[in-house]
Ligand binder design. Structure first.
Ligand SMILES: [Zn+2]
Length: 323
């Protein structure tokens, strides 16, 4: 591959390529793990290795230069099919899977294999999953199915049992930070650490949050929560400002800060604002504010007035502190 693979994926990538060379890898690997840890990256390494017609002699990796590699990099390899939901978050439909299965049985146009990549596999609805079963059970010799899943527990057991699981988790904090710094050299260390924390350590998700301005927003939200708790600012105005447009961003941030607050009293490195809030709170029981934020997340998109929900939550927030 021409793009260097992130360090934390390297051991898994090497192991996959070795298993491939030794013919120990089943034809339906299921790459599973949380959002943002690099599952798709691994799937692409595997696909590149299978498609390359001039693999490196030393380690069997894709050369990155041959015609097949070039086509794969451009997303136009005729033996490689990517199945995704028509729109993010939607289901993968039975027609998409049937079309894939029809394609996979044809003779490879360039190399030895035809392969389908399904991501995220748990978005297949039941009939789509059932349409895949036969091919998964008895894949033709030159056919590979690579499944990528954020929530493997949502896959049909009949799908899971026919795949070879490749688990991948978040890297250590230091590897995650090092990679983020390579991607965004201008970004401050505190901001990067916060991005990783907001992403449960998943670096690709952290990068997305940094780029989307969610980390900056989180910092701002904590400032505003801090001010309210200290008796400055007006909750109603804040609820109005956050209102209905920003609610889908704000609620997860409120839930995040509540979970950070519940840890702050035991964490010597916690943000000073969290320490101050923790000291001023009337109790260290944050469960009601926590479940309030989660309930509100569940109500997003149902037409409920988010500004009213926010106002009620912020009233409870203010009441949680000594004044
Ligand atoms: Zn190649």
């Amino acid at each position: 591959m021409t793009t260097p693979i992130p360090h934390w994926l390297e051991p898994t990538a090497s192991s996959l390529i070795r298993q491939l060379r030794q013919e120990q890898l089943g034809h339906a690997p299921l790459i599973q793990g949380p959002v943002g840890v690099g599952k798709r990256w691994l799937a692409d390494v595997l696909a590149a290795t299978l498609l390359c017609t001039e693999p490196e002699a030393a380690d069997g990796r894709a050369c990155g230069r041959c015609h097949a590699c070039q086509l794969h990099q451009n997303g136009t390899h005729p033996d490689h099919f990517v199945i995704e939901p028509p729109e993010p978050g939607r289901q993968i439909l039975v027609d998409q899977v049937r079309a894939l299965v029809d394609q996979l049985v044809l003779t490879p146009a360039i190399g030895r294999y035809r392969l389908g990549l399904i991501t995220p596999a748990e978005n297949m609805n039941e009939s789509a999953a059932n349409a895949l079963l036969k091919t998964l059970e008895e894949p033709p010799n030159n056919v590979w199915l690579i499944l990528v899943s954020n929530s493997p527990q949502r896959l049909l057991p009949t799908i899971r049992s026919r795949c070879q699981t490749v688990p991948i988790g978040p890297p250590s904090q230091s590897l995650g930070m090092a990679w983020l710094l390579e991607q965004q050299p201008e970004c401050g260390e505190r901001e990067m650490a916060l991005a990783l924390r907001m992403s449960s350590g998943a670096p690709l998700l952290a990068l997305e949050k940094l780029s989307a301005g969610h980390v900056e927003m989180a910092d701002l939200v904590l400032n505003q929560l801090h001010q309210l708790a200290m008796g400055e600012g007006v909750g109603l105005q804040l609820a109005e400002a956050w209102g209905n447009d920003q609610a889908s961003t704000i609620w997860p941030l409120l839930a995040f800060w509540i979970s950070e607050l519940s840890l702050a009293s035991h964490d010597a490195h916690a943000d000073p604002r969290l320490k101050a809030l923790s000291d001023r709170a009337i109790s260290n029981d944050w469960s009601s504010l926590w479940s309030g934020a989660l309930e509100a997340i569940g109500l997003l998109g149902t037409g409920r007035r988010q500004d009213l929900l926010l106002a009620a939550w912020l009233l409870e927030w203010v009441a949680h502190f000594k004044n």
